[in-house]
Write a protein that binds this ligand. Structure first.
Ligand SMILES: [Fe+2]
Length: 313
């Protein structure tokens, strides 16, 4: 059976990046090594702990009934609302007993190959800082609230936890084919902005980008503007995405087993060979192969999106 990962890959050592593989040119701070891990987690002030608590409270006002059941269960199992920014050592211990994952602090966005390497070893890199009150609603660089509140609860789900590890392993292959952008689109439309149709009827969000922000959970699940299309890995990996506004399109899975098998059972060698490097579908497009759950009006986007102050309807 073909798998995402190359069978000969050794995931215990950091992979070498070939010179011709494009990746974001990030400058490594002097105090971190090649693994980009911080020597210790930040000691947060009481004001910073309060920011966590306020963000937590705000999200809990919108997430019940809109977040995936697995996410809500993960939040509860890991007790992420116990007060203040979670301590990674204790969190890793608790998560470790559930699925073998740990959470490790990193200073900022890290290079793709290092990120993949950590995931392949069931380590989730999380920002070692928290947003300020000035950037309470939206920050572009993921902070500890986005990373821990948004991502970590899902890692308590065994099937999802396996998907994330396979995703990390898949990075090696994407780098070999120079198709990191396509694999990035898959991450974007599943791990960050994925929806799930629970029991065949209840639309819920499991993507961290949706679950860690103030307005996207309502918009993604209930608004008329966005398209909601059943996940098709080949199609998603050819789809463009924007990082600074609500999504024009969401992709929906039937279950986490569905997500795992759609990706892990796919022959990615063939897929990467068939992808032209620069070709993508517009992120608001509905195309003939789509299994459409809801065809969006795109009203929010047509009115100008975030910059125009349009209502997320
Ligand atoms: Fe994220």
């Amino acid at each position: 059976m073909a798998t995402l990962a190359h069978p000969e890959s050794d995931f215990t050592v950091l992979p070498e990046m070939a010179a011709d593989v494009f990746t974001a040119p990030l400058k490594r701070p002097a105090h971190v090594g090649e693994d980009w891990l911080e020597p210790a987690q930040t000691a947060y002030s009481s004001d910073q702990d309060e920011i966590w608590d306020e963000l937590f409270t705000r999200q809990m006002q919108v997430l019940p009934g809109r977040a995936a059941t697995a996410f809500m269960q993960g939040l509860e199992r890991l007790d992420l609302g116990r007060g203040g920014v979670p301590e990674f050592g204790k969190l890793s211990e608790e998560l470790g007993t559930l699925t073998g994952w740990s959470v490790v602090p990193v200073p900022m966005l890290i290079p793709d190959h290092v990120f993949f390497w950590h995931l392949a070893n069931r380590r989730f890199p999380a920002g070692n800082f928290i947003r300020t009150r000035e950037t309470f609603d939206y920050i572009q660089e993921p902070d500890v609230f986005h990373d821990v509140f948004g991502h970590v609860p899902m890692l308590a789900d065994p099937v999802y936890a396996d998907y994330m590890q396979e995703y990390g392993r898949a990075g090696w292959k994407a780098m070999r084919y120079n198709r990191l952008k396509a694999l990035g689109a898959l991450y974007w439309y599943t791990v960050e902005f994925g929806l799930i149709l629970e029991n065949g009827t209840d639309l819920r969000a499991y993507g961290a980008g949706i679950l860690s922000g103030p307005s996207e959970a309502v918009y993604a699940v209930e608004a008329q503007s966005p398209n909601r299309i059943m996940l098709n890995v080949d199609r998603v990996m050819r789809t463009d995405y924007v990082i600074s506004d609500l999504q024009p399109t969401y992709f929906v899975i039937e279950s986490f087993e569905d997500l795992y098998h759609q990706t892990v059972d796919r022959d990615f060698d063939r897929l990467y060979r068939s992808l032209a490097p620069a070709f993508t579908y517009a992120n608001s497009a509905v195309i003939d192969v789509d299994d459409v759950l809801h065809r969006g009006t795109q009203e929010y986007l047509l009115r100008g999106g975030r910059g125009s102050g349009a209502a997320p309807v």
